[in-house]
Write a protein that binds this ligand. Structure first.
Ligand code: FE2
Length: 308
């Protein structure tokens, strides 16, 4: 049975154990998380001014919104403030910055109905991040930028945390995906032809939706089956998420159970240490390499994206 913890008074080690067991942690806004949400909000309002970013579908075409997002989203990812605010948030929650590695934060958008739900604003079907080459010790941190409702939130399928789902994750190799598909996201305005790992069975459609306030954070294992809920409201939903791994767990291959993932490659080269932005030690990354690790293809994509 999975539990949801609100601001649990536990150590980081205990919290990670809860999360690897499939529990969900909800954290109240802190100065650091509020600052990150406000940075996202300011950037959105600047990019779409004079319009409210939540109602932009009433003022611009999907193509023009995609164009704005294709500049805004990478600018947010590489904003120098983000690399300060994520360690600040970790510190607020008692995480040892010398042992914590994080991936660049992403800004996501979910527009009403079918306005724009592909490419740069891809509406994620049910998936586990571990179908996309994330390690079993990856934790996801997700926060809304504006208030959200159940009909424009993220959906979780808790029963599948430890229950295998038929899926085609074997089609996914991280290095191949980065080489072929990532750069073209902005071109997929009406439909998304990029082949992605998906469930290959009917799912029990019951999802659970957590609705923290702006700057409040849902922390969950990257092994959870989760999705972007189709946005049935009249407002766009904007959120920020980033992923972390802890050195001790990465080195011991500790994490959530892998019940059904068969993808190849690893995202382990993307995480940066919270204290000095260095990469994970090579010997730790090597624990996650498979025979698709080829010197020509393995790139430090986080850094490479930073230069684009
Ligand atoms: Fe995800």
């Amino acid at each position: 049975m999975l539990a949801v913890h609100f601001d649990p008074a536990v150590t980081d080690d205990e919290r990670r154990t809860q999360l690897y067991d499939g529990d969900i942690v909800i954290l109240s806004p802190t100065p650091g998380s509020r600052a990150l949400a406000e940075l996202g909000q300011q950037m959105l309002e600047e990019a779409f001014k004079p319009f409210d970013p939540r109602e932009i579908d009433q003022h611009m075409t999907a193509e023009d919104v995609a164009k704005v997002l294709s500049v805004l989203k990478p600018t947010f990812i590489h904003h120098p403030e983000c690399k300060k605010l994520i360690p600040a948030i970790m510190e607020e929650h008692g995480v040892d910055l010398d042992r914590l590695y994080f991936d660049v934060p992403r800004m996501r958008s979910a527009y009403p109905s079918d306005f724009l739900s592909s490419g740069i604003a891809y509406a994620f079907h049910p998936h586990r991040d571990t179908w996309y080459s994330a390690p079993n010790c990856q934790l996801n941190w997700w926060m809304p930028i504006y208030p959200i409702k159940a009909d424009n939130a993220m959906g979780f399928y808790p029963r599948y945390f430890d229950e295998p789902v038929e899926n085609n994750s074997e089609i996914y190799n991280y290095y191949e995906w980065n080489t072929k598909n990532r750069a073209s996201a902005a071109q997929h305005v009406k439909s998304d032809t990029r082949e992605q790992p998906k469930p290959q069975q009917a799912l029990d459609p019951t999802t659970v939706r957590f609705l923290p306030p702006p700057g409040g954070i849902i922390v969950f294992s990257g092994s959870h089956l989760h999705e972007t809920v189709p946005n049935l409201t009249k407002e766009a939903r904007y959120s920020i998420d980033f992923r972390t791994v802890h050195l001790d767990d990465a080195g011991r291959r500790r994490g959530a159970p892998n019940v059904d993932s068969r993808c190849t490659g690893t995202t382990m080269r993307d995480y940066l240490r919270a204290s000095d932005l260095s990469h994970l030690p090579d010997e730790v990354i090597a624990l996650y390499d498979d025979d698709t690790a080829d010197a020509d293809k393995i790139l430090y994509f986080g850094q490479r994206l930073a230069q684009v």
